[in-house]
Design a protein around this ligand. Sequence first.
Ligand code: TRP
Length: 485
Amino acid sequence: MSELETPPPAEGGRTHWNSRLGFILAAAGSAVGLGNIWKFPYITGENGGGLFVLIYLACIALVGLPIMIAEVFIGREAQRSPVGAFQALSKPRSPWAGIGWLGVLGAFVILSYYSVVAGWAMHYVWLSVTEGFSGKTPDEIGALFGSVAGSGSISTGWHVVFMGVTIAIVLGGIQKGIERGAKILMPALLGIMLLLFFYCMTLEGFGDAFRFVFSPHADKLTAGGALEALGHSFFTLSLGMGAMITYGSYLSKKADIVSTSITISILDTVVALLACMILFPIVFSVGGEPGEGPGLVFIALPVAFSQMAGGAFIGAAFFVLLVFAALSSSISLLEVASAYFIDERKWSRKKAVLFTGISILLLGIPSAWSQGNAENPDLPGASRLFGPSMKKLTEKVFGEGKGHDWLGLFDYLSSNWMLPIGGLGIALFVAWGVGGEARERGFKSGSKFASLYWGWVSLLRYIVPVAILAVILYKIGIFTPDAGK
Ligand code: TRP
């Protein structure tokens, strides 16, 4: 069927994905995003590579994948957005619905700052095309990032553009907006990543990068780093806030959830590792530092582009793709928030998407004004308020030197608290809260992995809760494995 025809009438009147591939691409599009290309390489760098990557892979397989299957199962079973799905599968007014609420809140929090970072990537497309990076020294390129992120007006401008595009796609609906967008964005993204990867294989830093990422040396890893790997496995797979519940709710009841979840997790992991194998060879070849932090993608790569033949073109292509990756994720975040108003409040899609989209846009403005340099005497008042002053204020809660600016705080609260708690709730709900019969049928229907059913349930019952509780106790300061380090 062509995508231009009217969608097939769905069970209960709900719109469904056009095809299995469409769902996989949309869900993989949600998973693959700034988390893979911007965040994963820099936290790998900060945690010394090797062992961190190994722990991350274990977290994906043993915690992330079981929760992804659980989320898609909840959505497909209930055919509703998260808040309603928990009620439909337990009872009305059940406390489990709180997990759904936390998810809606999470969508607002995450998308508000996610869009600001994506806006920087848009600005970098613009920079690559107009002035390019060639002729600039590494220091100048580093300073350039500071001046872009640090400028409240540049960051806000692109944040508005990025939210505008996200809103436009989600207004198009499931098949004509989200699915069609993913079918264009994902293949393009994979194609250009492979090209960049082949290019990076020719660089002298490739061997060092390979050893850095894949040989398990433990020097820099702390328990805190290991727990960060767990938190990131939620973020990168879009888990813990109902994004996969929402996408799963547009699956027909016959769809196989296990092999699709495995495919999505593998795609996400491959992209994250590819991103490292693109960034680190470049960083090592120009003698850079892997532990550079959040500026890695915006500084290390432009430095390389400034020295490469055809760098302007490759640079533009790379940042276009970073924008694409961010866009297919931001779509899913906006869809979670909107689906609540569409399914539970019976708003029209247009009203729901405009309302949530514009609210998130406004909520993101303080993030856009939070990255100014505290040392700059001419820093505008707003930048001072949401940056350095916010850091001071939060130091009172998190301790000396551990404060966050507005953007950092939203990232911290969502990745470290909301997603793990949401994930824990989802695991417990599927492990103990829903009927065993529905769960077993749901897992096994149409799946060639039916024999893994008990393995899945056991992971959800024991391993997942213990792992997440360890993270939470560590954050609160009750569990202190790094003491004395
Ligand atoms: N997974 C995306 C990334 O890696 C971010 C994202 C999209 C997300 N939707 C989400 C994170 C839902 C948590 C929950 O960039």
